[in-house]
Design a protein around this ligand. Structure first.
Ligand code: ADP
Ligand code: ZN
Ligand code: ZN
Length: 738
């Protein structure tokens, strides 16, 4: 029996030591109630048992254990430890995020605790033999009673209440007669049988890729499946998933966004039936708890489809991790701590279990591409679409030339307009992509130059026509649209630039016969609205879909044959070393929505810079060259994947306190890291929600120890925080920021 335990609490605090000798046979991973602070009782998790009394302070005893089995296995504890360490957060912050809310009850008073109770089922058991029943004169054997007795007998004498259709009167009568008894037990999770026959037959190219994948994964732990949209990556995954489940091992498949899970779950259920479990943070707390508890008790062979939070389920024998759309930046948790990348964490989780990982994408991240080139990952390519569908034809449309020739109306070049007219006439569908929502990103007075700005953030306010407001896309601030310049009062204010709302208006004006719908976070404010718009377009109730990034992800519309990307310069000009890579990914993902079935699609990309190398990379042949060029540029400037970045963000409402803190921290860091420290710099948007922002970036070359760098940074921040003058400043570390 141990004397002490280090306990994880769901807080941004280190672990504390509690006395546990009064709790018999306590194990690592068990949940206990502990008092922390004056009146607060928390659920804690036992991280470690030992005999070492803490050097200072009185040790409080743990109050009591919450369950009679551990909530975490050793692999999970290792995963939590890694995550806290790598992403510079506390293990308590990992706990806060990882355990579904019902498992981590913490409340100011104890009475509120409601440890999860396993669901129960009623079981009927035959108490007498058939002959004995037949000779029993005290009971009349009606046909219904006989039917139930026979059912029980053929099932070996025992069935659950839900397995029989017998009515309660019949059951009661047999129970009273002493023929059967009823008892309760914890429900057993059902495992649905895997039928290999339901798997799709692979095409020759797919089969070849599958074989190479299997061979490759014998040698390496991670594979990158680079397959153009519609090449059937999902079909290849299903074969590997089936093999893993048949071995009795768990599988987790991640998608970058919750909205994409439903479609995928349905597809997987056609092959794996009820074995497929959907998991993400939008499920109810009780559903998430139930899944967690079921998995704790099931032996293995669970198949989870979900968002990044699915990594925290209690896998026992994880065999395979699939990360679909691995390039997607939504895998990164940007707030709060731990600011982890779901893709990278998935690979780590797999390695803790000795499992294999497959990363799939039509547009792999340069990081993963680089690993594949270096032989660290197995790289597999799928270059043709399933069923022989042709890749879309890409047309780069020069906006400046169109303007010069008078071939531009509103925000559309003639090359695009002519094609829209043609596709509409042929009753085909069109998607128009613009990566800005609202009507106009800003409004300006042509007389005095006044622009509307957010009072809390250093950004312009966007005009939203429908609601008659100017809105901040960072903090949500909104004001009535003044229309007339509030400053000089001489002129109307003009919309500058254009967002999806304006595109919708203009295209409806140019093609009055077409029905136009818009998909962005304004129109798809809920899942219900999102699904309504998507299904309306899929059912061809509209001809043109105008949308932001949302339309780039995973959607599959049969009728779409034309895509317009209205302003590619927006994408390539973003002030970020990943801008060009992202532009390439976004354009190809949007392009992938065209002509997914048979008929060849077209993609018109409008740009003022048609010679930009990103456009040449949109065809299969151009990619290798583009990726190599991008990588050598990154190498030259020592950017990821040739270095690791740690971004330290400082926030405060006072300019002088912030500047002072940042420069002190900069000096402390420079003393240790020298020229690896960049900044303090003011980011492009230097005020959000009334807080001023300053950043420091630390660039760690790949040959140096990132772990050591993290320790030094944490130490320097601690040193800084000891100084009362800097106390109020929020300091956030983001490892591998995106
Ligand atoms: P990706 O994930 O690479 O974008 P999908 O797996 O979604 O591609 O496949 C695109 C379409 O082709 C889907 O509708 C899918 O059902 C179909 N498909 C792909 N491979 C096969 C196959 N081997 N058998 C039947 N249908 C397939
Ligand atoms: Zn704002
Ligand atoms: Zn004015």
């Amino acid at each position: 029996m141990s004397t002490f335990a280090d306990i994880i609490l769901p807080l941004a605090q280190p672990c504390y030591t509690f006395a546990v000798s009064h709790i018999p046979d306590l194990k690592v991973g068990e949940a206990v109630a502990v008092q922390f602070g004056k009146n607060s009782v928390y659920t804690g998790i036992v991280l470690q048992l030992h005999e070492q009394a803490p050097k200072s302070g009185k040790v409080k005893p743990v109050l009591y254990r919450l369950y009679d089995y551990p909530l975490l296995n050793q692999a999970q504890i290792n995963f939590w430890k890694w995550m806290a360490d790598y992403y510079m957060s506390t293990i308590g912050e990992v706990m806060r995020m990882a355990l579904p809310s019902l498992v981590k009850p913490h409340a100011p008073n104890e009475e509120l605790y409601q440890p999860y109770k396993l669901p129960q089922e009623r079981v009927l058991r035959l108490k007498k033999g058939i002959e004995e029943i037949a000779t029993d004169k005290t009971i009349r054997l009606t046909p219904r009673r006989v039917a139930l007795i026979e059912q029980l007998q053929s099932a070996g004498g025992q069935i659950t209440r839900s397995q029989t259709e017998a009515d309660s009167t019949t059951i009661k009568a047999l129970e009273t007669a002493g023929i059967l008894e009823i008892f309760k037990r914890d429900c057993k999770p059902n495992l649905y049988p895997i039928q290999q026959a339901l798997l799709p037959t692979l095409s020759e190219e797919q089969n070849c890729a599958l074989n190479r994948l299997q061979e490759g994964l014998n040698l390496r732990n991670v594979a990158l499946l680079h397959g153009v949209t519609s090449s059937g990556k999902t079909e290849i995954y299903t074969h590997l998933i089936a093999q893993t489940l048949l071995r009795g091992e768990d599988v987790v498949m991640l998608v970058p966004e919750i909205s994409l899970t439903t479609q995928l779950v349905q597809r997987m259920q056609q092959m794996f039936g009820q074995r497929v479990i959907e998991y993400h943070s939008k499920l109810t707390a009780s559903r998430r708890t139930q899944i967690y508890m079921d998995m704790l008790r099931s032996d293995a062979g669970n198949f989870i489809v979900g968002a990044r939070s699915a990594l925290f389920l209690p896998y026992k024998h994880l065999g395979l991790v699939v990360v679909d759309e691995e390039h997607d930046s939504s895998y990164k948790q940007t707030e709060p701590n731990p600011r982890y990348n779901g893709r990278d964490a998935a690979i780590m989780l797999a390695s803790i279990h000795g499992a294999k990982s497959i990363l799939g994408s039509a547009t792999p991240s340069l990081e993963s591409f680089n690993h594949a080139m270096a032989g660290k990952y197995i790289g597999i390519n799928l270059t043709s679409r399933y069923g022989g569908a042709q890749p879309p034809r890409i047309i780069i449309s020069d906006t400046l030339r169109a303007v010069k020739r008078g071939e531009r109306k509103s925000h559309f070049n003639k090359e695009l307009l002519d094609r829209i007219a043609g596709r509409l006439a042929a009753k085909e569908q069109i998607i128009l992509f613009q990566n800005r929502r609202g009507y106009a990103p800003y409004v300006e007075c042509p007389q005095c130059g006044w622009t509307a700005r957010c009072p809390h953030c250093n950004v312009t306010l966007s005009r939203h026509l429908k609601s008659g407001t100017l809105r901040c896309h960072y903090c949500g601030y909104s004001m009535a649209d003044p229309r007339f310049c509030p400053d000089c009062k001489k002129s109307e204010v003009h919309p500058m630039g254009f967002g999806t709302e304006k595109v919708e208006e203009e295209i409806a004006y140019l093609f009055p016969q077409a029905k136009v719908v818009r998909l962005d976070s304004d129109t798809a404010s809920s899942d219900k609205e999102y699904n309504r718009i998507i299904s309306a377009f899929a059912e061809r109730k509209a001809d043109i879909l105008v949308g932001t990034q949302i339309v780039a992800k995973g959607l599959d519309f049969e009728g779409v044959t034309l895509i317009g990307i209205l302003n590619a310069d927006n994408l390539t000009n973003a002030p970020d070393f990943r801008a060009v890579e992202r532009a390439w990914q976004t354009m190809l993902q949007v392009a992938g929505r065209a002509g997914r079935r048979g008929s060849a699609g077209e993609v018109v990309i409008q740009t003022s810079d048609p010679s930009h190398p990103v456009f040449a990379a949109l065809c299969e042949a151009g990619y290798q060259h583009f990726a190599a060029a991008q990588l050598s540029e990154r190498k030259l400037f020592n950017y990821p994947p040739f270095s690791r970045l740690i971004r330290i963000t400082l926030r405060h409402c006072s300019d002088s306190i912030l500047a002072d803190t940042a420069s002190t921290l900069g000096t402390l860091l420079r003393a240790r890291f020298g020229s690896r420290v960049l900044g303090p710099v003011t980011p492009l948007i230097d005020r959000i929600r009334g807080q001023l922002i300053v950043e420091i970036i630390v660039k760690i070359e790949n040959s140096a120890s990132l772990a050591r760098a993290r320790t030094i940074i944490a130490e320097q921040i601690d040193t800084l925080r000891k100084n009362a003058q800097y106390k109020g400043v929020t300091i956030i570390c983001d490892v591998d920021p995106i």
